[in-house]
Design a protein around this ligand. Structure first.
Ligand code: ADP
Length: 634
């Protein structure tokens, strides 16, 4: 180096240093300069990282689209840098014949020339092949992650120091063995696969791999069929066949099938279960089994990318090929195809179990059950109350019967004279007849015919006396309330017979008016109803005082109005004080010095127990009138 040169170079260095210092000062003044290590880190961490994501068949092309989504989600969640993810699709992978890649290469080069991405990530085999092939011309220095790619599709020889591989391992034999395990009767496996270059490659690989299984099961390959033809065949498969959903990206007719519509269509027509090792198809159409795990691949790929973006050398980021995850099965498909859970491999997970009606509508059912219980409680409460009321009713009737009985004994005093009189008659004539017969027998030639007639009279009088006793006993009998079909005229007539003498002794005419030919059928207890009539007649007789002048009569008149039978008991007594008309049926109401005030209360209770009514009024010409109405029996 010459002296002049060295002076010149020294001047230039001073100028450079000065410029640098000035630059640094301005940089630091603007607050963005690398003043210290921490500040520098902060600035760099804010700079966005440009990620180039290259898809094989399309952004929404299953199964890769699901992996790509998981990778992006992982990156976005975990990246310390803002990310600018730019996505491109290698459409040529869809072609059944090798397509021209030139224009796409040109497009990428013009996009990224001079501004290379911070990382290139290829999704799927075709994209991996593409970036490996064109790395030198497109991204000579950018780090690359080849992900979501089967091991066999990596060109290991062309890998550079700047490449990382996140691969998966397709184990066809394991997948098929799984189908054979869950459906042990399987005789045929039909492989649904498309006709793109990638799919053709895989078909050949599968054929090679499954050789060890060929003595156990036969294989049918649908690789060279248009999808419509595959559907037709799948709908008429012989028994013991299972379908295996390989790839169906482009069929033999060149039709592209992205998404899972093709699989839905197959599932809709197929008469055999469908297996597949891609988790992205799991959850609707396939039975399940060991599958590649989307979250695992997303996580591991993001790990690799973030390490590389953080400065690690790609060749040092080594990720083991990812095998199938623990098997998972769709419960609904197991049900549909009659697959027993006992056939599933150990450690399997069964998803999408349909909850039983109890699980699904637990709250609604609990609510209904609660409502039913409450209703049942209410009903049984009501029944209980009803029963209680019935019992109380029965009990009150029993009490009533007892009370009426006591009341009858009270009336017996009044009746004794009448009964004695009634008994006297037959007994007297029995005595007379017996004496006559004795006299005749003492004679020399007794008239046996006449004696026979006398004896017949004795027998008739005896029966009459027996009848009086029977009637008395029946009135005094302590009988429970008993409802029968009765003819009311008859029942009342019999009761009147008991008090005829009482009336006669008091010099009161007892009249009974029953329209001829009119029968009054009611349902009731005859003894109780007689008790009603007796009470009313005895009250009426009592109402007519001994000193009362004028007409002395008690009348019992039978009649009918609408649906009721009527018993009217009227008298020619003084009648009832208007103020008392409302209260005479109350218990213990009496105007008599020795009265109990129970007669009319009992009468009303008996009448109401027969669903009837009783009323009291004063007659226009004087005297009280009691009217009992009882429903006519239908
Ligand atoms: P008691 O005869 O023991 O008084 P009742 O219940 O049979 O009890 O009668 C209640 C009251 O009704 C009687 O005290 C009397 O005042 C009145 N009563 C009942 N029947 C007649 C009637 N035929 N005429 C006038 N008053 C009557």
């Amino acid at each position: 180096m010459t002296g002049r040169n060295s002076v010149a170079s020294a001047k230039r260095r001073v100028a450079e240093v000065a410029l640098l210092c000035l630059g640094l000062a301005v940089w630091s003044y603007l607050g963005v300069g690398p003043v210290n290590a921490a500040g520098q880190g902060e600035v760099n961490s804010r700079a966005p990282k440009r990620v180039l994501l290259l898809h094989s068949f399309g952004r929404d092309f299953l199964p890769w689209s699901e992996y790509a989504r998981s990778i992006k989600t992982n990156l976005e969640q975990r990246s310390p840098w803002p990310l600018d993810i730019q996505e491109h699709t290698l459409l040529t992978a869809r072609f059944t014949e090798p397509g021209a890649e030139g224009p796409f290469v040109e497009y990428l080069r013009s996009m990224y020339q001079g501004r290379p991405p911070d990382i290139v990530m290829s999704i799927g085999g075709p994209a991996a092949g593409f970036v490996q092939k064109h790395r030198a011309e497109l991204f000579p220095n950018a780090p690359m992650v080849l992900t979501t790619v089967e091991e066999r599709l990596i060109d290991r020889a062309s890998l550079t120091e700047r490449d990382t591989v996140v691969s998966v391992r397709n184990d066809f034999v394991a997948a098929f063995r799984n189908a054979l395990q869950v459906l042990p009767d399987t005789r045929t496996i039909a492989l649904v696969i498309g006709a793109s270059a990638l799919e053709k490659f895989w078909l050949e690989e599968v054929k090679k791999d499954v050789e060890p299984l060929e003595d156990r099961v036969s294989f049918v390959w649908y690789g060279d069929l248009p999808f419509d033809e595959i559907l037709k065949r799948a709908s008429a498969l012989p028994p013991h066949t299972v379908l295996f959903w390989g790839l169906m990206s482009v069929d033999a007719a060149g039709v592209v099938h992205d998404g899972d519509r093709a699989l839905h269509r197959l599932r809709a027509v197929a008469n055999a279960p469908i297996f597949c090792f891609e988790e992205s198809f799991f959850g609707r159409d396939i039975v399940g089994g060991p599958m590649h795990s989307i979250p695992e691949l997303g996580e591991k790929t993001a790990d690799a990318a973030l390490r590389i973006l953080g400065g690690e050398k790609p060749a040092d980021v080594k990720i083991e090929p990812i095998a199938y995850a623990a098997p998972k099965y769709d419960w609904r498909e197991l049900q549909r195809w009659g697959i027993s859970e006992s056939n599933l491999p150990k450690g399997s997970e069964v998803l999408f179990r349909e909850p039983g009606i109890w699980k699904e509508h637990r709250w609604q059912l609990a609510l209904i059950a609660a409502v039913i219980l409450i209703q049942a409680g209410l009903i049984s409460g009501l029944l209980h109350e009803r029963r209680g009321r019935r019992l109380a009713e029965v009990e009150s009737r029993e009490r009533l019967a007892e009370l009426a009985h006591v009341n009858r004994y009270a009336a017996v005093g009044e009746l004794t004279a009448s009964i004695a009189h009634e008994l006297n008659q037959p007994l007297g004539s029995i005595l007379t007849n017996a004496e006559t017969a004795e006299l005749m027998l003492r004679g020399t030639a007794p008239d046996l015919v006449e004696i026979g007639e006398i004896l017949a009279d004795i027998r008739r009088d005896d029966q009459r006396a027996g009848e009086v006793i029977r009637r008395l006993r029946s009135v005094l009998k302590k009988a429970p309330f008993e409802i029968k079909d009765i003819e009311l005229n008859e029942t009342v007539r019999e009761a009147i017979g008991l008090v005829g003498d009482v009336a006669a002794r008091r010099n009161i005419a007892l009249a009974f008016y029953a329209p001829p030919e009119m029968e009054l059928h009611v349902k009731g207890d005859p003894v109780q109803l007689q008790q009603v009539v007796l009470n009313l007649i005895l009250n009426a007789l009592e109402a007519i005082s001994e000193s009362q002048a004028g007409k002395r009569e008690v009348s019992v008149t039978m009649g009918r109005s609408a649906d009721s039978a009527e018993i009217r008991v009227g008298d020619t007594g003084p009648g009832i004080a208007v103020a008392d008309l409302k209260t005479i049926f109350e218990p213990f109401f009496t105007t008599k010095p020795e009265g109990m005030g129970m007669g009319l209360a009992i009468v009303r209770t008996i009448v109401e127990a027969h669903h009837g009514t009783i009323s009291a009024e004063n007659q226009p010409f004087g005297g009280a009138l009691f009217t009992v109405r009882l429903p006519i029996a239908s």
